[in-house]
Design a binder for this molecule. Structure first.
Ligand SMILES: [Zn+2]
Length: 63
């Protein structure tokens, strides 16, 4: 699980030399996803469009 801009992504599958992550809310229809290098050293592609609010408000966790 990785956290990007307050959204959680869970590891989904490796493909084409990259690791695919999908939003932890994929089960409610969120199609956001991202790809990292296989060793997770860098994010190479990202579709950070969600159909739900942010998972974590970094500076105001109880807001
Ligand atoms: Zn999402």
């Amino acid at each position: 699980m990785i956290l990007v801009d307050g959204y959680f992504f869970t590891r989904h599958a490796a493909s084409g030399g990259k690791m695919r992550y999908r939003c932890c809310k994929y089960n409610i229809g969120c199609t956001a996803c991202l790809y990292t290098l296989l060793d997770d050293s860098a994010v190479v592609r990202m579709k950070n469009v969600h159909n739900h609010p942010i998972n974590i408000r970094r500076y105001y966790p109880y807001y």
